[in-house]
Design a protein around this ligand. Structure first.
Ligand SMILES: NC(=O)c1ccc[n+]([C@@H]2O[C@H](COP(=O)([O-])OP(=O)(O)OC[C@H]3O[C@@H](n4cnc5c(N)ncnc54)[C@H](OP(=O)(O)O)[C@@H]3O)[C@@H](O)[C@H]2O)c1
Length: 299
C-alpha cells in the first residue's frame, strides 16, 4: 500500500511517500480502506522523536485515528462486516491507504468520514478528563482552549450534563465557543480577571487543553489543584497537578460520541482537510496551535 512514513526522527520534511506491505488485522481488529485520518499534536511529537523511544522501528507510520470502509475482518469480529464504514483508533498507524483499527464504531449513513474522524482521540480525552473532574450539574467548569478539538467536545459534553462552562479562545473563536454552550472569554494576559468577572463566585473545576502556562493562575482561581486537570502542560508533574495522558479506549464510549455527532447533539469543527501527501503541512498547522478545528488527511 502507499503510505506516508518517516525513516528517521526530525521535521515535517522527513515525511515521505513509500510502499509498505498491506497490514493484516489481528484478532478482534478490522482493516479499513482509509477515507480520513485525524491529525493530532501527538503525530508531530512522535515524528520529532520527542515521544518515541530511540529504538522505534523505522520506517514509522504515524496516525492514531482513522475512518474508512472495512475490507478485512480479524478473527472473532462479528459486529461489523466488509463494506461497513467505521471509525476508530488505529494499531500501527494510519497515514496510508489501509489501516488496522483495534477499537472502532460504525459510522451511520450521512456522517462524513472526515467528520467522524474528529471523534476518537479528542472525544476519548474529553470524556476521560470530565470523568476525572467529577462534575455535577450546576457546577462551573473553566476550559482553557474551548475552541480546540478536545476543548470543543469537553465543553459540549459538560454543558449537556448541566455544567456551566466558561471557555477561553482567540477573539476569532469567541462566537463559536458561545455556540457550544459556554461563556467565551479571551485567553492571554488578564484571563484570570476576565474569568472572575464572569464567575464572581469562583469556578469549581478547570481543564487545561492548551499547555500555555495557565496552571499557576488556575490554582489561584480554584484555591487549590484538586479539581485541575491538564492534558498538555508537563509543568504539572513538578507542581503536583494532575496530567492526564493514559487513553481509555472504549468502543461503546466511541459509539456514543458517533451517535450523538450524527444526531446533531454534538458538533465538531473541521479546520482543514489535506491530501495525505501534504501530511507535513497539516502537522505544521496543527503544531501552530490555531488550526481552527480538527485537521484531517484524505488518501
Ligand atoms: N494527554 C492526552 O491524553 C491528550 C489527548 C489529546 C490531546 N492532547 C493534547 O492536548 C492539547 C490540545 O489538543 P487539541 O487537539 O485540542 O489541540 P487544538 O485543536 O490545536 O487546540 C488548541 C487550543 O489551544 C488554544 N490556544 C492556542 N494558543 C493559545 C495560547 N497562547 N493561550 C491559550 N490558549 C491557546 C487554541 O485556541 P484558538 O484556536 O482559538 O487560538 C485552541 O483552543 C495538545 O497539546 C495535545 O497534544 C493530550
Amino acid at each position: 500500500m502507499k503510505a506516508i512514513v518517516i525513516d528517521r526522527f526530525g521535521g515535517p520534511e522527513e515525511l515521505h511517500a513509500a510502499q509498505l506491505p498491506d497490514p493484516q488485522p489481528g484478532a478482534g481488529q478490522v482493516r479499513v480502506r482509509v477515507e480520513a485520518v485525524g491529525v493530532n499534536h501527538f503525530d508531530a511529537k512522535l515524528r520529532s522523536g520527542a515521544m518515541a523511544s530511540p529504538d522505534t522501528p523505522m520506517p514509522l507510520l504515524l496516525g492514531i485515528e482513522a475512518a474508512g470502509i472495512v475490507d478485512r475482518l480479524g478473527v472473532g469480529v462479528g459486529d461489523v462486516a466488509e463494506g461497513d464504514r467505521v471509525v476508530g483508533f488505529t494499531e500501527g498507524g494510519a497515514y496510508a491507504e489501509l489501516a488496522v483499527l483495534a477499537t472502532y464504531a460504525v459510522v451511520p449513513e450521512g456522517l462524513e468520514p472526515a467528520v467522524a474522524v474528529s471523534l476518537p482521540v479528542a472525544g476519548e480525552a474529553a470524556q476521560r478528563v470530565l470523568r476525572l473532574l467529577d462534575l455535577r450539574p450546576g457546577e462551573t467548569l473553566l476550559v482553557h482552549g474551548a475552541s480546540g478539538a478536545v476543548g470543543e467536545l469537553a465543553t459540549q459534553l459538560a454543558a449537556a450534563a448541566g455544567v456551566k462552562v466558561i471557555g477561553t479562545a482567540s477573539p476569532a473563536n469567541q462566537e463559536r465557543v458561545a455556540s457550544l454552550g459556554a461563556t467565551p472569554t479571551a485567553y492571554g494576559d488578564g484571563w484570570l480577571d476576565r474569568v472572575r468577572a464572569i464567575a464572581p463566585g469562583g469556578v469549581d473545576a478547570v481543564l487545561d487543553t492548551t499547555g500555555r502556562g495557565v496552571l499557576d493562575d488556575s490554582v489561584e482561581l480554584l484555591g487549590g489543584s484538586e479539581r485541575l486537570v491538564t492534558i498538555a502542560d508537563a509543568a504539572a508533574f513538578t507542581k503536583g497537578i494532575t496530567f492526564s495522558s493514559q487513553a481509555e479506549r472504549s468502543a461503546s464510549a466511541l459509539a456514543d460520541l458517533v451517535a450523538r455527532r450524527a444526531a446533531g447533539e454534538l458538533t465538531t469543527t473541521i479546520g482543514r482537510v489535506f491530501p495525505l501527501d501534504e501530511a507535513g503541512a497539516a502537522q505544521e498547522l496543527s503544531a501552530g496551535g490555531h488550526a481552527g478545528g480538527k485537521l484531517v488527511l484524505v488518501p
